[in-house]
Design a protein around this ligand. Structure first.
Ligand code: C5P
Length: 401
């Protein structure tokens, strides 16, 4: 799935050690089909050579306002015409100050002023004291009010040996942010809680009973909701997936832990999307020590029902707008509509377990009070983005973005 096919960006590098990360960002962005025109400030060329950026981008690199390779000598105008975005990464303290105050004393700052409607995204990279300095924070506030999009910065270890806020995002995080930027913001400002993955119910300290769920669908929905502008909290049972970027991820194991986490988080939520494969029962006679194997014998397990998290949230007065999931092995339509009514949710998403389990693709069917709508088989992130659009379209008027 080439996420940035047919897009062209202007990639501006300013002076900072994070320039080395931008070479990798360029490579990974090209994997997604984007064309990149690189512009570098003089300070950027002290950290990484134009040769490197030209070899990687496969296009001439621009350094100078007076570049006579451009027929009309107006690189500062031409480069952004028809471009889908300017991405300045790394963006130094000095460059943010210049942008905020409309200075135009080199090619990159000049083209940022001459850009017209071309969106401008900046990825700050600097020492934590420089980032926290009131002058920088003032400039950042000015840039935001001018409609500039901030990508990061992140917290962590810095090249100078200090630790704090001001690190540039990692290359793949930058790429995810750029991809997100181009998604429609149909859920801007909404607070969304998503559950994902299986739950794991203890038999004893080393043995569990669980459901088969990779977590891929729930994680894709959490990402798609964030791309659509929502503030997302993910509550996840045990999966092999890395925590998604840009949202808190609360790790739980059992259904009862998931229940507690959901009840804490949904109080402030507008939408609850229950994708997790929650175990229906836990082991009532779970052992606190490891059960010993005895020849010819098996333990007798007793089960007790788990709370139905979705039904409970759906029944809350003034609770969030709820979306349930159903993975069925057969008779999807009958089971899904019955489940939707039983749980009392406005939207229930069905899929066939034998197709969706562990797979990277899925074919979802949406069931609501008007009937059903089938989405095509497609990668889970694509399906998640369509589902997010479908949710935005179904929100009651007062909740609609
Ligand atoms: O039929 P079932 O109760 O498994 O319905 C599945 C839907 O209900 C999913 O959205 C799942 O996340 C949710 N669920 C729940 N609590 C349970 C069982 C399922 O929230 N104990």
């Amino acid at each position: 799935m080439a996420e940035l096919a047919n897009k062209r960006i202007v990639l501006g590098l300013t002076g900072g050690i994070a320039c080395y990360k931008v070479a990798e960002f360029l490579r990974r962005a090209q994997d997604e089909g984007v064309t990149v025109d690189v512009v570098m400030t003089d300070a950027a060329t002290r950290f990484i050579t134009p040769v490197t950026m030209q070899a990687l981008s496969g296009r001439p690199v621009f350094l100078d306002t007076w570049d006579n390779r451009v027929p009309n000598n107006m690189a500062h105008i031409n480069l952004t015409r028809g471009a889908d975005a300017i991405v300045v990464a790394p963006a130094s303290t000095d460059f943010l100050a210049k942008l905020a105050h409309g200075m135009a004393d080199d090619l990159l700052s000049t083209l940022c002023l001459a850009k017209g409607l071309c969106p401008l995204l900046v990825a700050p990279a600097m020492n934590r004291e420089m980032w926290l300095h009131p002058a920088t924070q003032r400039n950042v506030a000015l840039l935001k009010s001018d409609g500039v999009t901030l990508l990061g910065p992140a917290e962590g270890d810095q090249a100078c040996g200090e630790t704090g806020s001001g690190r540039m995002l990692e290359p793949l995080e930058l790429l995810e942010e750029l991809i997100a930027f181009f998604q429609p913001k149909r859920l801007a400002g909404k607070r969304i809680v998503v559950t994902a993955g299986p739950t794991s119910e203890d038999i004893d300290p080393v043995r569990v009973i669980t459901n088969r769920s990779s977590g891929k669908m729930g994680y894709a929905i959490a990402r798609a909701a964030r791309e659509a502008g929502a503030d997302v909290v993910l509550i996840s049972g045990p999966t092999a997936l890395p925590p998604p970027f840009g949202m808190p991820c609360i790790a739980v194991r059992s259904a009862r832990q998931m229940h507690t986490a959901v009840m804490n988080e949904v109080q402030a939520a507008d939408i609850f999307i229950s994708v997790a494969a929650v175990a229906d029962w836990h082991v009532a006679n779970a052992s606190t020590h490891k059960l010993k194997k005895q020849a010819g014998q098996a333990p007798a397990l007793e089960f007790a029902p788990n709370p139905d998290i979705l039904a409970e949230v759906a029944a809350m007065p003034n609770g969030p707008w709820c979306v349930g999931f159903a993975a069925e092995t057969d008779k999807l339509r009958e089971h899904a509509q019955a489940k939707r009514q039983r749980k009392g949710v406005p939207l229930l998403v069905g899929n066939l377990a034998q197709m969706a389990m562990d797979a990277d693709d899925t074919a979802l069917v949406l069931f609501d009070d008007k009937g059903e709508e089938s989405l095509p088989a497609q990668p889970k992130l694509q399906a998640a983005r369509q589902l997010v659009q479908a949710i935005a379209a179904r929100l009651p008027r007062a909740d609609a973005p």
